[in-house]
Design a protein around this ligand. Structure first.
Ligand SMILES: Nc1ncnc2c1ncn2[C@@H]1O[C@H](COP(=O)(O)OP(=O)(O)OP(=O)(O)O)[C@@H](O)[C@H]1O
Ligand SMILES: [Mg+2]
Length: 598
């Protein structure tokens, strides 16, 4: 790939996933090498004189000093082209599904299977014709990659010229799809198979600020702490607090056109769940299996530590490729802490100067280089085409300690913080997102969007709900000190309203067929009916109605079941609101009647 002359090297030391070699003249930082007689995959991560430190993406057991190391001349690169969707790759993009057919259940070390299928034929339909001038990013034709996603074949970055040949036909990814005559003479043959080095962001024409929410169907997220399309979020939480369930819910329901799910250093069974569920789950928008819009990357806890970093960069590069086609893409990484731990381990073995808690000093900048690839963009192309990439990372701080370095490094780059809480999880309040400590910097833009598209009272209602929840925590403090009796009847009603917001709105069961997803309209109506009850009850109290009579109204019980009303019957929530209004009116009337009798 590169003209510099390279020579083979020899292993001098093996220390877990780190191999030190010498020789390797001409090899540069971040180049891939094949290590030992087995030809394990590795990446050069430090060069000191004649000593090359290599992080090896496979188990290094059984290899030792004296064995050869062969340079490849290329950095860690992914293959891009049709066939990515629906696949499951390991951290260095080996196709786990196809390797299994070839080698059985365990990936054989040094096994080389190309990420994309070489035999499969795709039906290409041109969008350009012979003689058309094209530049980098232009779409020259399309392929139905799945029923949901149309693969848009783009001129690669750095290319351009006029089309010499192109036609509608079936072809494999290695056959020439078009011949491009360059501006300065010469011809290039374009294939469906393209490559990109994972550590370099793919170019875009322009970056834009986000304007629309990434709708997740999760009420606490969309209503209180929304993420934008092209935004970044993190989900930190202690062991078992629901990080993976949140990530799975996003992968299932987020209104992105393409999902990249990276399982990084977590238990294998969590990936298995995704693998079993996704082909069966039907995307409500397209009516097709969710797997038809999903790419899975699995570097689970039993897989080599060094490949964790590769897995997040492999994932985000594939995500950028579909963003460049003009799609809204969302990437979930579970868990970025396992990647950070891998960095710490490698840094320790390299005997680098440790930073906070043993993490390398470059922890923050490395994590930023991942999250900063999110965004809403105008793609590189002659035509104006918009794409977005949203990134959501789980963080697993030991003991749930939010002051630890990985959480802190993440918070410096992401704009949404979904703080999972041990106490809430303990009470089985799921998603266990703490409404007092979480935040979203996209709130205003989502308010504007939802005020216009859903209901002009969206922002006002959200603010009121938040105010009620905040007041609840103050009142709870008061109750702890002086007891319930000290509260005014209005405050008691507020505590009831807060409880309804928590239990009947924020609490959401991921495993219930209806409750698992709520549209923005239904979210609005659910919150609206709770607030309406609160307002009308408040008025009723001021004219003398007993709070207990209000709280025991049958219509109030219906509010707690409203979240199970199916989307297509969402108007039933309006009818419920009407019933609440009239039953409170009736209480007021009997109150007045009683008042007259006295
Ligand atoms: N939205 C939800 N609805 C219902 N149950 C939930 C929800 N979120 C979490 N849970 C429950 O909490 C359990 C633990 O969640 P999860 O595995 O996501 O935690 P985690 O934070 O990823 O844990 P770990 O630290 O082990 O990775 C789930 O198995 C499930 O029983
Ligand atoms: Mg988990």
């Amino acid at each position: 790939m590169n003209s510099a002359k390279r020579t083979d090297g020899t292993i001098v030391k093996v220390s877990g996933p780190l191999v030190v070699a010498q020789g390797l003249a001409g090899t540069k930082m971040y180049e891939m090498v094949r290590v030992g007689k087995m030809g394990l995959f590795g990446e050069v991560i430090e060069i000191r004189g004649n000593r090359f430190s290599i992080q090896v993406y496979e188990e290094t057991e059984g290899i030792g000093p004296g064995e050869p190391v062969a340079p490849t001349g290329a950095p860690l690169t992914v293959e891009l082209g049709p066939g990515l969707i629906g696949s499951i790759f390991d951290g260095v993009q080996r196709p786990l599904d196809r390797l299994r057919t070839k080698y059985g259940d365990f990936v054989v070390r040094g096994a080389a299977a190309p990420p994309l299928d070489r035999e499969k034929r795709w039906h290409f339909v041109p969008r350009k014709k012979v003689g058309d001038r094209v530049s980098a990013g232009d779409i020259i034709g399309v392929i139905p990659e799945t029923h949901i996603v149309e693969h848009r074949v783009m001129i690669p970055p750095g290319w351009g010229g006029s089309i010499k040949s192109i036609s509608e036909r079936d072809l494999t990814i290695e056959e020439t799809v078009a011949v491009i005559a360059g501006e300065e003479g010469g011809e290039k043959e374009l294939t469906l198979l393209q490559r990109w080095p994972v550590r370099s962001p793919r170019p875009v024409r322009r970056r834009l600020s986000p304007v629309a929410p990434l709708v997740t169907g999760q009420r606490v997220l969309d209503m209180l702490f929304p993420i934008a399309k092209g935004g970044t979020a993190c989900v930190p939480g202690p062991f078992g607090s629901g990080k993976t369930v949140v990530q799975h819910q996003l992968a299932k329901w987020a209104d992105a056109e393409l999902i990249v799910y990276v399982g990084c250093g977590e238990r294998g069974n969590e990936m298995t769940e995704v693998l079993i569920e996704f082909p069966e789950l039907i995307d409500p928008r397209s009516g097709r299996p969710l797997i038809e819009r999903t790419i899975l990357v699995a570097n689970t806890s039993n897989m080599p530590v060094a490949a964790r970093e590769a897995s997040v960069f492999t994932g985000i590069t594939m995500a950028e490729y579909y963003r460049d086609m003009g799609y809204s893409v969302a990437l979930m990484a579970d868990s970025t802490s396992r990647w950070a731990e891998a960095m710490r381990e490698m840094s320790g073995r390299l005997e680098e100067m440790p930073g906070e808690e043993g993490y390398p000093a470059y922890l923050s900048s490395r994590m930023a280089s991942f999250y900063e690839r999110a965004g809403r963009v105008i793609c590189e192309a002659a035509e104006e085409r918009e794409g977005s990439l949203s990134v959501i990372g789980a963080v697993s701080p030991p003991g749930g300690d939010l002051s630890e370095p990985v959480v802190q490094a993440t918070l410096r780059v992401v704009k949404v913080f979904w703080s999972l809480d041990d106490k809430l999880a303990g009470q089985r309040h799921f998603p266990a997102i703490n409404w007092l400590s979480s935040y979203s910097l996209y709130q205003e833009l989502v308010d504007r969007y939802a005020n216009e598209k859903i209901n002009p009272h969206w922002a006002k209602n959200r603010q009121e709900a938040m105010a009620i929840l905040k007041r609840e925590s103050e009142l709870e403090e008061l109750v702890r000190l002086v007891g319930m009796d000290a509260l005014s009847v209005q405050d008691r009603l507020l505590l009831e309203a807060a409880k309804m917001i928590r239990e009947d709105f924020l609490h959401q069961n991921a495993y219930d067929a209806v409750d698992t997803y709520t549209s923005l309209l239904k979210q609005f109506k659910l919150l609206q009916v709770i607030l309406a009850f609160y307002h009308w009850a408040y008025q009723a109290i001021t004219v003398g109605v007993e709070i207990n009579d209000l709280l025991s109204l049958p219509a109030r019980g219906e509010i707690s079941r409203a979240k199970n009303i199916p989307e297509e019957k969402v108007r039933a929530i309006d009818e419920l609101r009407e019933r609440i209004r009239s039953s409170i009116e009736a209480l007021k009337l009997t109150g007045e009647a009683m008042g007259q009798k006295v």
